[in-house]
Design a binder for this molecule. Structure first.
Ligand code: CUA
Length: 343
């Protein structure tokens, strides 16, 4: 009794050879989109390299299984469409449908599990530690070194290249997830709990990070940058970051600091050397030297400061910072120019 009967050929005449290139070319286009500063497949860290390798093995394994199964189906339907006897059919199903996928999937699982211990290795215990707190919808970042006072920053994580640095992660409100695809895997940030991840970048550059757990209205606008620097460059940067802002008073001639205090910005934001009571929002001491503004949303220039201060709630729905649309254009300009100079 036949297991498979070939379908009668239809009258369709679309040349198959012309369609054959669509798949590979489409796949090449899709693969080309896998590069860039936020790609797992363009790794810049030892852990991301392992994850990318796992991805390629998984993709290769899946392609192998798919091609084999489709190949057998094509053979049965088109190449040898005659009746197949039951014994051969059953054997084919057992080998192709049970044994083969079990062996391939078990091998991939074993490989996946084998790289886990490497991904869970902590960083150097006596060195730098970075604490990141997820908040709706930005990142509080603190650099902690033994015997030194913590240095607070926001929406940017700077790392020395070639060193394994431990990050401790938690949340101030809801569950967030910390993910820099080019450097390592992702890990949840849970209120009341501290998780750890170690990042070991292999090359310098600026990589994009994102929140990978839905955390409210502006979840998709909760990004950041991971800036990987040469170790001595990093040490110099951290020493600069430790000091009060260079562009703060008394060099402020445009009145930006006066406006900052007058409109109560200091109730939420700290600018060390000017106003140090605000802890609700991001520390702005060196905001002018960061790569981006508003948690990765905007470039860092005076136009972006302008836009953000005047329309924060339009740009980022439900953001805690109100839009300061009552500022006159002159005040806005002065405040934006002052913030930009906080290097
Ligand atoms: Cu924080 Cu999504």
């Amino acid at each position: 009794m036949p297991l498979l009967r070939p379908e009668p050929r239809s009258g369709a005449t679309v040349p198959r050879r012309r369609r054959a290139w669509v798949g590979p070319v489409g796949a090449a286009f899709l693969a080309a989109a896998c590069a860039g500063p936020q790609s797992t497949l363009s790794p810049a860290g030892t852990d991301a390299e392992q994850i990318a390798m796992l991805w390629w093995w998984m993709a290769g394994g899946a392609a192998f299984v798919w091609c084999t199964v489709v190949g057998i189906a094509v053979y049965a339907i088109w190449i040898r469409p005659a009746e197949h006897d039951r014994t051969h059919g059953v054997r084919l199903i057992l080998v192709g449908g049970v044994v083969f996928p079990t062996v391939v999937l078990a091998a991939l699982l074993a490989y996946g599990l084998s790289i886990l211990p490497r991904l869970l290795l902590p960083g150097e215990s006596d060195g730098l530690r970075i604490e990141v707190v997820g908040e709706e919808w930005w990142w509080r970042v603190r650099y902690l070194e033994p015997g030194q006072e913590a240095v607070e920053s926001a929406n940017e994580v700077r790392l020395p290249v070639g060193r394994r640095t431990t990050l401790t992660l938690t949340s101030a409100d809801v569950i967030h997830s910390f993910w820099v695809p080019a450097l390592a895997g992702k890990i949840d940030m849970i209120p009341g709990r501290t998780n750890r991840i170690a990042l070991e970048p292999t090359r310098t550059g600026i990589f994009r990070g994102a929140c990978a757990e839905f955390c409210g209205t502006s979840h998709a606008l909760m990004g950041f940058r991971a800036v990987v620097m040469e170790p001595d460059e990093f040490s110099a940067w951290l020493a600069r970051e430790r000091r009060p802002a260079a562009g703060a008073e008394p060099t402020d001639t445009t009145g930006g600091a006066r406006i900052f205090r007058g409109y109560g910005c200091g109730a939420c934001h700290t600018v060390r050397g000017v106003s140090e009571m605000g802890t609700v929002g991001p520390d702005l001491t060196h905001v002018g030297s960061r790569v981006s503004l508003a948690a990765g949303m905007l470039p860092n220039d005076s136009a972006a400061f302008h836009t953000w201060i005047a329309s924060s709630s339009t740009l980022k729905p439900d953001v805690h910072m109100p839009a300061f649309s009552m500022l006159t254009p002159t005040e806005l300009g002065a405040l934006a120019a002052w913030l930009e100079r906080l290097q």
